[in-house]
Structures are given as C-alpha cells and as structure tokens.
Design a protein around this ligand. Structure first.
Ligand code: NAD
Ligand code: DAU
Length: 361
C-alpha cells in the first residue's frame, strides 16, 4: 500500500480545496472520484491539469463496481468521502437525490471499501482509514442560550439534507462497530472561502451585490451559523486522518457565531470599500427580506474542544481575515463565477427565489 488516497466529491467546494492543498503540500497522489453534478466543477482543479499527483475519475460513489475497480487499481491507504448533495434549499425542493447519493451512495461506497479492506494484510488493515465528512446540521437546531454541539449531542436532523447526512453518519458508525472498518467522522460547521458555489449565502450575496440584484435574507435574518474558513476545515481533516482515533467522531468549527444579517452587512461594507457601486450608494440598499426557509434551523454552534485537546487543531483564520481573503478571491475570479451562472444555475435561482417573491435570475 502507498500514500495514494481516494477522495470523493473532489470537484466540489470543500473537496477541491482539500485536493488542491493535498497535492500542493506533496502529501501523495489523489484519485478524485466525482459525478460532476451541477455542483462539481473541473475548473476548480485546472491548476492540477497536467499534474500526475491528481487522477480525476468521472463517476458515482454509488457505482460499487467502479469503486471496487479503483480500490484494486490504486490500493489507497485512505478514502475521504466528501461526495454529497449539499444544499438545504434543494433538499426541500427535491429530497430524492439526497437520499440517493448521501444515503444509498454512501452505503455502496462503504460496501466496496469493506470488501477491499477485508482482503488487506493485517498491517495494511490497521493503517487504512475511511474518513466521512459530515455536518453540524445532524444535531438539529439550538436555542439562543443552548450549549454548542459536542460529539455527544443527540442527533436531531430537521431537513431532508441533514436527515440524509445523519443516515450516512449512522452507516459509517455501524460499519466500524459491526465489521471493524477503521472509520473516522468529522462534523463541521458552515464553511466559506474560494470555489464556494454561488447558491450558498456568502458567494450568492457577493455575486448578487456585484450584478445589482437583491440580496435575499430569509425571514428576519437572525439565524446564527458558525463560520469556518475552508482551508482550516481541510487542515482539520488532514489532522484527523493523521492522528484521529479509529471509530471516533470529531466536531470541527470556527468558534465564530454570526447572525446572517450581520454576515451580509459585513460583506456589503467590504464591497463598498473594495468595489464601490457606480451610483455611490451602499450595497446594503440591495438587502431584501424574503420568505423564510421551510423548517429553518435557528442556530448552529460547534464545540470544537475535543479536536483541539486531542489532536491540537484550531482554526488559523479569524472571520475578519478569512472573509477578507474570500471577498478578494471572488473579486479576482469573476470569470469563475460567470462560468457557473449557467442555464441550470439560472433555472434553480428563478424557481427558488420566485417563490419568495424575488426575481433573481
Ligand atoms: P458541494 O455541493 O460543493 O460538492 C459536492 C461534490 O460532490 C460535487 O463535486 C459533486 O459533483 C459531487 N457529487 C455529488 N454526488 C455525487 C455522487 N453520487 N458521486 C460522486 N460525486 C458526487 O459540497 P461541499 O459544500 O463541498 O460539501 C462537501 C461535503 O462536506 C459534503 O458531504 C457536505 O455535507 C459536507 N459539509 C459541507 C459544509 C459546508 O459548509 N459546505 C459544512 C460541513 C460539512
Ligand atoms: O452547517 C453546515 C452546513 O452549512 C452544510 O452542511 C451545508 O452543506 C451547507 O450548505 C451549509 O448549510 P446552510 O443552510 O447553513 O448554508 P446556506 O449558505 O444555504 O445558508 C446559510 C444561512 O443563510 C441559512 O440560515 C439560510 C440563510 N440564507 C441562505 C440563502 C441561500 C438566506 O438568508 N438567504 C439565502 O438566499
């Protein structure tokens, strides 16, 4: 066995950041299995086009035969599973893809990995890891004064997305408990940074601001998320892969709770300074309160004490430094955004926001 790893969903937001950093740091070869759904974008990986350390494979984690073939061919020391349907609003419009990829797909992936792992030598079995990337949303919603989510918080998923992720977490747990598969699970809070698909709050607001569209705030904008810069999440994943205790769960978060309206106002202030509107007015004038998300979770917050104490990980970026890097990246990569805001993206935005009384396409 060598230092090759298989990453799934490595053409998406977090997966691409992870793959880019892994190769840049010379940590070994990455076989990147991605279905290239609307959220997968090979443009995220153009800098690796001719790099032999990155092998891209177009395919589905639910295709057990394909995964078995990749495992046999590349003999990885780890599989890191990012592949998922990830957008809560899409899960409300159409949950089926979420069940198919996040639950059934993860099951098939686990089956293929279990078959591969069970035939390894004892030494290689001990070294192998299956790392499942999950979310804080599986823990449900917090009240204003509730303590942050720990690894012992009971699961209480509220959306089809979080329910499908919770199901996949349970499968991973069961494969460790029942078959002894050396699994690790990370449950992370909201990420932001480069290559974030502009259907999600931060990149959507930056994009809409610059093209003069409304900045849609669901409900009263007082919902709270715990924001973490994506490179810090990737560093946490590397650390868990390196030193995490088999079978364990690690919560990853930014210690950075913010109400949505405050995040949006910060973005407006930054854009006012860096790329002022032609009419001299503030981008904040574009803020528009729209109909709330169905079943909208009020607050997420991660208690990341365990990973700090046991593995020595903590975020490097503050929200101020991370959001500065993010806004600069989007301003410098307007072509990347333009290439994404394609037909399918426009259809989604049109359908989703017209229900909220906004024409954003
Ligand atoms: P994303 O939607 O940007 O990317 C998902 C990637 O998975 C895409 O490249 C897509 O093509 C691929 N994919 C989807 N279905 C597939 C399938 N059946 N087979 C192979 N590839 C498939 O998602 P993201 O925001 O990068 O999230 C990555 C992972 O991290 C997800 O599991 C998500 O639940 C989790 N997570 C995300 C956040 C966040 O803030 N974005 C926070 C915590 C956890
Ligand atoms: O907490 C981790 C999760 O964070 C991940 O598991 C998900 O994959 C990821 O998409 C993200 O989920 P959220 O629903 O928190 O992220 P989103 O960017 O969609 O929304 C952030 C907050 O902003 C949320 O409270 C809803 C609100 N929002 C979102 C959009 C798209 C708005 O007010 N207006 C919008 O147009």
């Amino acid at each position: 066995m060598n230092k090759t790893i298989i990453v799934t969903g490595g053409a998406g937001f977090i997966g691409a950041n992870f793959v880019l950093a892994w190769v840049k740091q010379g940590l070994g070869t990455v076989v990147n299995l991605d279905k290239l759904t609307y959220a997968g974008n090979l443009e995220n990986l153009t800098s690796l086009e001719h790099n032999p350390q990155h092998i891209f494979v177009h395919g589905d984690i639910g295709d057990q035969a394909l995964v078995a073939k990749l495992l046999a061919e590349h003999r990885p020391c780890a599989v890191v599973n990012f592949a998922a349907e990830s957008h809560v609003d899409r899960s409300i419009h159409g949950p089926e893809d979420f069940i198919q990829t996040n639950v059934v797909g993860t099951f098939h992936l686990l089956e293929a990995v279990r078959a591969y792992w069970s035939h390894l030598s004892t030494e290689h079995q001990q070294d192998f890891r299956f790392l499942h990337i999950s979310t804080d949303e599986v823990y449900g919603s917090l009240g204003k004064d509730d303590a942050a989510f720990t690894e012992n918080t009971a699961y209480a998923p509220n959306s089809p997305y979080s329910a499908s992720k919770a199901a996949s977490d349970h499968l991973v747990r069961a494969y460790h408990h029942t078959y002894g598969l050396p699994t690790l699970t990370t449950n992370c809070s909201n990420n932001y940074g480069p290559y974030h698909f502009p259907e999600k709050l931060i990149p959507l607001v930056i994009h809409n601001a610059l093209v003069g569209k409304p900045l849609p705030i669901y409900g009263n904008g007082q919902q709270v998320r715990d924001w973490l810069y994506v490179e810090d999440h990737c560093a946490a994943i590397r650390r868990v892969l390196e030193a995490g205790k088999v079978g364990e769960v690690y919560n990853v978060g930014g210690w950075n709770e913010q109400a949505n309206i405050d995040v949006v106002r910060t973005l407006c202030r930054m854009l006012d300074a860096k790329s002022p509107r032609a009419d001299g007015q503030s981008y904040a004038d574009q803020i528009t309160f729209v109909q709330d998300r169905l079943g909208h979770d009020q607050r997420y917050a991660i208690d990341a004490t365990k990973i700090a104490k046991e593995l020595g990980w903590k975020p490097v970026e503050t929200f101020e430094s991370g959001i500065e890097k993010t806004v600069n990246w989007y301003l410098a990569h307007q072509d990347w955004v333009k290439n994404i805001t394609s037909g399918e993206y426009r259809n989604w935005v049109q359908t989703h926001y017209s229900e909220r009384g906004e024409e954003l396409a």
